[in-house]
Design a binder for this molecule. Sequence first.
Ligand code: RB5
Length: 153
Amino acid sequence: MIAIGSDHAAFEFKEAIKAYLTEKGYALEDFGTCNNERVDYCDFGFRVGEAVASGVCEKGLIFCGTGVGISISANKVKGIRAVVCSEPYSAKLSREHNDTNILALGARVVGIELAKMIVDIWLTTGFEGGRHLERIQKIARYEGGDNCIGTQH
Ligand code: RB5
């Protein structure tokens, strides 16, 4: 199950990505927003982040005007590694090297066709593990309160 959410600035963008992925056979859980009324992007970043961190959803897609505010919010949820990007290269590498579990896009930054390409690549690229695993484990240790800066694995 893929969690999806946006603020008002990206509502139509979310609906377009939702229709695109549903057509491709993905199962999605929509955490809102559900219209153009002004909302706080952080609520949707937190909701999608919690759905992914808890394991209810395996990955998440979040959108706001720039992708910035909603990605910052999702990254405050323990266990979330959200990337905001506007091109496929970073989306791909964020999966291979950083095992990102949430992708954020800016509806006012990327066109919908580019967005579909980025989403496709992000959803279908796997994590490489190895040395990259040790680094994300270190991030998790730091997040858990361990002052592991500069320590060896
Ligand atoms: C809403 O106007 C806008 O601030 C929001 O969508 C987002 O871009 C914040 O980072």
